[in-house]
Ligand binder design. Structure first.
Ligand SMILES: NC(=O)C1=CN([C@@H]2O[C@H](COP(=O)(O)OP(=O)(O)OC[C@H]3O[C@@H](n4cnc5c(N)ncnc54)[C@H](O)[C@@H]3O)[C@@H](O)[C@H]2O)[C@@H](O)CC1
Ligand SMILES: Nc1ncnc2c1ncn2[C@@H]1O[C@H](COP(=O)(O)OP(=O)(O)OP(=O)(O)O)[C@@H](O)[C@H]1O
Ligand SMILES: [Mg+2]
Length: 366
């Protein structure tokens, strides 16, 4: 109760103007998340904590918002992917479109200028912002920089411009997913670390995946103790996190406890470790999702998952761990369905096509 009171007061103080409904919802969400973590999570999770395998279908039913005719556009989720560069345009598209396919109302992508026309051409549904800059692009356009190297002053100017573009929108988002197809350009990653700070300032929840995890592994304080952060590492990303944070190797014989220690060590962020069985922990409890999925390991399935986590995580205002369980269960069910239809030729786009059918099966629209 005291924690709740303190958090509400702090949040009220930090908002000088009358808060918009998005801000208010986010504040309530943060309060719920903080209080939940202080009290070892609410009843639903307590009830699940005696078994390690989560009941993904009932969690999905719990977190999926009903289709209410009184609701207006945006109330089922306004989300943004920070990712997409010269090399990777598929990953941010997969994440953004998956969120729309499972119920979000608006899906934005903030990517580099080169990637934007390509991502726009995949779908008119996405709102694409060509704002991120890679260092090679800046050097090409600035002779001074070419001759003298990239000065601190130039760097700051470009970064301020990028952050300004994102800042205009930040308050409107219910959740971000940071990293699919971001690439590893140091200048771009520096900008993205500032975007993370901005998201934290506005209490916007975020999912970190792909190259966002490369950034975070190197600068773990970017997410440390932020209760609204979810990390979704694959096998390699997890290995790097364990090595960096726990200073040891991945211990498969003790996977659950190691994941719990890792999440605890990062201040109670939620981690979804992807693999044959998905393992999820917030530093207190560990849940697994091993619903049968697909034997196809085509690239992009993790991107669907990150899109799914941030959609199921945000509008339901449930603790992050439930969003992870719901997204994992849904992706796996869709992957299984796609595989029955397409067998060896199953691609990530086929799995996305099956998201609606899988969701309808578990949680009918009417
Ligand atoms: N179509 C696209 O645009 C895609 C872009 N992607 C993006 O590509 C970037 C790099 O992600 P990666 O996942 O490739 O980076 P990783 O560092 O995870 O993987 C690098 C290498 O590890 C190998 N690997 C994969 N699973 C393994 C396993 N179980 N054991 C041992 N080695 C394994 C892969 O063959 C790959 O060559 C990210 O930004 C990501 O979001 C991916 O999401 C895939 C789809
Ligand atoms: N060996 C496996 N068997 C069954 N399902 C798996 C296996 N490995 C991963 N998955 C499923 O695929 C999903 C994506 O995990 P994966 O490890 O492929 O992510 P990723 O490497 O980040 O993908 P991406 O190519 O999008 O970057 C996981 O949530 C999990 O449900
Ligand atoms: Mg990935």
């Amino acid at each position: 109760m005291l924690v709740k009171h303190c958090v509400i007061s702090a949040l009220t103080r930090s908002t000088s103007h009358s808060p918009s409904s998005t801000v208010l919802r986010r504040q309530q969400f943060l309060v719920r998340t903080l209080c939940a973590s202080r009290t070892h999570l609410p009843k639903l999770i307590k009830a699940m904590s005696s078994t390690s395998e989560a009941d993904a279908e009932s969690v999905l039913r719990t977190v999926t918002p009903t289709l209410d005719p009184k609701r207006h556009k945006g109330q089922a989720g306004k989300i943004a992917v920070i990712g997409g560069c010269r090399e990777y345009t598929g990953a941010p598209y997969f994440a953004a479109i998956s969120a729309l396919r499972i119920g979000a109302d608006l899906s934005h992508v903030f990517c580099t200028k080169d990637a934007a026309p390509v991502i726009k051409s995949y779908s008119p549904e996405l709102i694409v912002h060509p704002v991120l800059e890679e260092s090679y692009n800046i050097s090409l356009h600035n002779l001074y920089v070419l001759l003298s190297g990239f000065s601190e002053e130039e760097k700051r100017k470009v970064q301020d411009k990028v952050i300004g573009e994102v800042d205009k929108w930040m308050e409107r988002f219910d959740c971000l997913v940071i990293g699919p197809g971001l690439g590893r350009d140091p200048f771009l990653l520096e900008c993205v670390s500032k975007i993370m700070l901005l998201a934290k300032k506005f209490n916007v929840p975020f999912v970190v995946d792909g190259d966002g995890l490369f950034l975070v592994t190197d600068s773990i304080d970017l997410v440390r103790s932020y209760p609204l952060a979810v990390l979704t590492p694959n096998v390699n990303e997890y290995k790097r996190l364990v090595q960096k944070v726990l200073n040891c190797e991945v211990d498969e014989g003790n996977a659950g406890d190691q994941l719990r220690s890792l999440a605890k060590q990062i201040g109670g962020v939620t981690i979804l470790r992807k693999g044959k069985t998905d393992l999820i922990s917030n530093g207190e409890i560990v849940k697994s999702v091993s619903v049968y999925g697909s034997p196809r390991r085509c690239g992009g399935q993790g991107d669907i998952l990150s899109g799914g986590v941030f959609e199921t995580f945000s509008p339901s205002e449930s603790p992050a761990i439930l969003g992870c369980i719901a997204a994992s269960g849904l992706l796996r069910k869709a992957a299984a369905l796609a595989f029955t239809k397409h067998k060896r030729s199953t691609l990530t786009s086929d799995i996305i096509e099956c998201l609606g059918e899988s969701l309808e099966d578990i949680c009918p629209a009417s």
